[in-house]
Design a protein around this ligand. Structure first.
Ligand SMILES: [Zn+2]
Length: 416
């Protein structure tokens, strides 16, 4: 108990210190800590889940390099009445730029992949996880995968309130969330606030997400609107955090990743429990130059400040490791199994199709041999060619697309 108190005070102290200099990049660990401390059952569940994920990693090494899986995404845009395309009422093209950045980062097709130091190139991973806009809602109705909510039409929501974790969970996420077992909910808000010592610190937080095991009614990734963008289309209001890497980071938490330096303030005894990320004392800021060392890692390739799960500027992070990819795949299998069969066309497979292995993701094999009907709701990335040697039928769900340079061919397409 004594140790816990010391830890908690250290956390609070470090956070206060950090926030006095700049915004907090991420509130996920504090958000989780609050939830776990107020709910012993949840704490127990989390402990069990961590062990199951560890066991999965231990006993399922083979299946960790499985086919690409694609997670249906719904963007929940919270705005204050501004026209679409203005500030917090993000344009569709900005949302698509964010989705592209997310897919590039998780697929290791990010345009700045070459910036990963040579010494880390061999462990930089294509996570084999991709994301697509949902094309139907939880009731099976057609959807663009983008919902817009004017706060004037939401119950008891007002801009002047303190938009801290509790407020956002209770007033925004809980009433609006789509079934989080089959959709990733990406919320964007006017701003996010922190509450400390009874004081509300406005616009102090960039994002937070719930870890696997969180109660499903608040199980989402949440972001201040100005973080939504991409390297090629940065959000003009986001400064060094406007290139979409906050979403990449928060979705990493949603899929079970810790910060690269551990949960809170680090120290050399706290780790993310992933063997191919170096020990790191604390979060990084700005845009360091490699090799960078600290008291936990003082030789070799140095710190991995360019990892998406650190706090460096958006333009200076560019990789996940294979170990992180494995944890995310394990977390999906153990704690988010609904995502394995979720498709962009609506969270469930189409009963009209004789579906087998659901190929509902970005397809990155050169040839996929289909012996029966195959569903595909994903996309083919640029410069990839996919030829279906199909004995059966390929069903293309709405939302399927081939990016510039990508090629797709099959002799038998149906179920469109
Ligand atoms: Zn974080």
């Amino acid at each position: 108990m004594k140790y816990s108190l010391i830890l908690l005070f250290s956390v609070v102290f470090i956070c206060v210190q950090y926030r006095s200099f700049s915004q907090t990049r991420c509130g996920s660990h504090v958000h989780q800590h609050e939830k776990l401390e107020s709910n012993p059952l949840l704490k127990q569940k989390k402990r069990k889940l961590d062990k199951q994920i560890g066991d999965y990693l231990k006993y399922n090494k083979k299946s960790l390099s499985s086919a690409v899986m694609t997670i249906p995404v719904v963007f929940q845009i919270i705005h204050n009445g501004d026209p679409v395309g203005q500030q917090e009422n993000l344009s569709n093209s900005r949302i698509m730029a964010q989705l592209d950045q997310l897919n590039a980062d998780y697929g290791r097709t990010n345009s700045d992949a070459a910036n990963t130091p040579q010494s880390f190139q061999s462990i930089a991973a294509d996570t084999e996880i991709q994301f697509c806009l949902a094309t139907t809602d939880p009731n099976g109705n057609p959807s663009t995968g983008i919902n817009r909510y004017n706060i004037a039409n939401l119950n008891n929501v007002n801009q002047a309130a303190c938009w801290d974790f509790d407020y956002v969970d209770d007033k925004i996420i809980r009433p609006l969330i789509w079934n989080s077992t089959v959709y990733l909910n990406i919320f964007t808000t006017i701003r996010l606030d922190n509450r400390e010592n009874g004081q509300c610190l406005k616009d102090e937080l960039l994002g937070f997400a719930s870890f696997p095991g969180t109660n499903s009614d608040v199980d989402a990734a949440v972001h201040a609107y100005y973080t939504i963008g991409s390297l090629s289309s940065p959000n003009p209001d986001g400064g060094q955090f406007g290139m979409g890497r906050t979403v990449t980071h928060e979705v990493g938490h949603w899929l079970g990743l810790e910060h690269i330096w551990g949960g809170f303030d680090g120290g050399c005894s706290e780790d993310d429990n992933i063997s191919d990320t170096p020990l790191q004392n604390d979060s990084s800021t700005g845009c360091p130059v490699a090799p960078l060392y600290d008291n936990c890692t003082s030789s070799g390739p140095g710190l991995m400040f360019m990892n998406y799960m650190d706090y460096s500027d958006d333009a200076c992070m560019n990789m996940f490791t294979q170990g992180q990819a494995n944890v995310m795949v394990a977390a999906i299998n153990v704690s988010r199994p609904g995502l394995l069969s979720a498709v962009c066309g609506g969270g469930v497979t189409n009963p009209n199709c004789d579906q087998i292995n659901v190929v509902n993701g970005t397809i990155n094999s050169d040839t996929y041999k289909a012996s029966q009907t195959v569903r595909s709701a994903g996309q083919i990335n640029a410069n990839r060619t996919v030829i279906f040697s199909s004995k059966g039928t390929v069903c293309l769900d709405a939302g399927f697309n081939v990016k510039a340079g990508g090629q797709f061919s099959t002799d038998n397409v149906g179920c469109q």
